[in-house]
Design a protein around this ligand. Structure first.
Ligand code: NAD
Length: 283
């Protein structure tokens, strides 16, 4: 039976450490959140981030904007937050309402305050192996594997999904750790043939039931990043959990696996941004 990769428990431990580190700073770290529109899921995510920050002694200020806010007004707010000495990190909650373009907004953000690691300068630094911030979900996956002493070095890592948010940056982190990476996507031929070779298999396709037991190498570490909301409102991943559990060596639940780790990595980035701005580069 696979060992459960318990992201919720690990995240709780890491949050206690962040709280301690944040309290040691000369002033508490501060995160500005920009939330445009009324998207229900975004409202829930933002409330979760506010709660996480409060638990860790990080101040938050949420800028709620109407769905019909103009691109110019949004950019003006970003510029104000870039200049605001009292703000260490800025997060723009995505997706933006229809009619607004995310890319110019994310590119306008000061790279020093880009705690989601979306700015091209930060993605470039990551690609060069000199990251300023780590992308939250990929860093969360790696921290979870590390905590359970699942080695990456010399292992075959197969990732399903090549998005800029998950698959691509995770491929870079695994490569930097001397893993051998295969990045799969919707046009990949013979996906099961590739996944069966994986010592570490990560699924981030957003397809419930995609990863079946016959696609998993016995003993492999299987990480399910996806969060698919079913018609009944329940969250599921891509992995057929009950069927894969007896085959895999390690397995993440959904929820309670990668999700809480993603959230904790955001907090770590806010702490890092505050330290960098306060002239302390220690992590
Ligand atoms: P995306 O839609 O941008 O990318 C999906 C990727 O999967 C694409 O590269 C696509 O080619 C690939 N893909 C889709 N169907 C496939 C198939 N049948 N076979 C092989 N490849 C396939 O999605 P995203 O933003 O990367 O998110 C992926 C999933 O991860 C979503 O369910 C999302 O909700 C979840 N997610 C979870 C967290 C978290 O914290 N747990 C964070 C980010 C995203």
């Amino acid at each position: 039976m696979a060992v459960k990769l318990d992201g919720a428990a690990l995240a709780a431990k890491l949050k206690a450490r962040i709280r301690e580190d944040a309290s040691a700073l000369s002033r508490p770290p501060a995160l500005a959140v920009v939330l445009a529109g009324e998207d229900a899921a975004s409202q829930i995510y933002v409330r979760g981030k506010e709660r996480d920050c409060a638990e860790c002694g990080i101040r938050t200020r949420t800028h709620r904007l109407p769905a019909d806010v103009s691109q110019e007004a949004l950019l003006a707010l970003i510029n104000d937050l870039n200049r605001d000495e009292d703000v260490d990190g800025v997060l723009v909650q995505l997706p933006l309402p229809e009619g607004l373009e995310a890319r110019p907004v994310l590119h306008a953000l000061s790279p020093e305050k880009d705690v989601d690691c979306f700015h091209p300068l930060n993605t470039g630094l990551l690609a060069l192996g000199e990251p300023r911030f780590l992308p939250c979900t990929p860093a969360g996956v790696l921290a979870l594997l590390d905590a359970y002493e699942v080695p990456v070095r010399r292992r075959r890592c197969v990732i399903i999904g090549r998005s800029h948010l998950v698959g691509r940056p995770l491929a870079q982190l695994f490569t930097a750790r001397d893993g051998t990476v295969t990045l799969c996507h919707s046009k990949t031929n013979d996906l099961p043939g590739l996944t069966r070779q994986a010592d570490i298999l990560v699924s981030a396709a957003g397809c419930p039931g995609l990863v079946t037991a016959d696609m998993v190498k016995p003993g492999a570490a299987v990480v399910d990043v996806s969060m698919n909301r079913g018609a009944d409102g329940k969250l599921t991943g891509d992995v057929d959990y009950p069927a894969v559990e007896p085959v895999a060596g390690f397995l993440t639940p959904v929820p309670g696996g990668v999700g809480p780790m993603t959230r904790v990595c955001l907090l770590q980035n806010v702490l890092r941004a505050a330290r960098l701005r306060q002239g302390e580069s220690r992590d």
